[in-house]
Design a binder for this molecule. Structure first.
Ligand code: HEC
Length: 121
């Protein structure tokens, strides 16, 4: 494969592990949302989506936010807002809106993965 063109986000070991753990949690959330969607369990869907909404993660390691480039933070915020939008759509019974926002949230995962990688400092 050619050189990695993604922008490196330099994190210390603790921040790095924290970030990867968050990522794995996001994948689990998507999986669990899909399961609840299949079972049409809307209260679980709304709860799962809210849990990934903005401002729900206050326990990050010291200096974590400052270590993130602005573009990374913007994509992260956009994704958190998509999750909040998912919850709002579910609560409003708007499944069509939910499905569209789910794809938009996934597009943000993809966009950020194409743009950034983590590196340890
Ligand atoms: C703001 C940027 C950003 C967003 C948004 C984002 N990711 Fe990531 N994700 C990353 C980076 C950077 C890595 C590490 C890639 C690397 O270092 O090669 C990563 C890694 C991962 C990993 C691997 C974790 C590990 O332990 O190795 C998973 C799984 C993952 N992301 C899932 C998701 C899912 C699912 C979403 C969307 C719901 C998402 N990510 C949204 C930036 C992001």
């Amino acid at each position: 494969m050619d050189a990695d063109l993604r922008e490196a986000v330099a994190l210390n070991a603790k921040q790095h592990q924290f970030a990867l753990q968050q990522m794995r949690g996001l994948l689990v959330t998507i999986r669990n949302l899909d399961e609840a969607r299949t079972a049409d369990d809307r209260s679980i869907m709304a709860r799962l989506a809210r849990e990934q909404g903005p401002g729900t993660n206050s326990d990050h390691p010291q200096g974590f936010h400052d270590a993130l480039p602005n573009g990374f933070r913007a994509m992260s915020k956009q994704m958190r807002q998509s999750f909040a939008g998912l919850a709002t759509d579910i609560e409003a019974g708007n499944i069509g809106g939910y499905d569209a926002k789910r794809l938009r949230a996934l597009d943000t995962c993809i966009g950020c993965h194409e743009s950034y990688r983590f590196s340890e400092k």
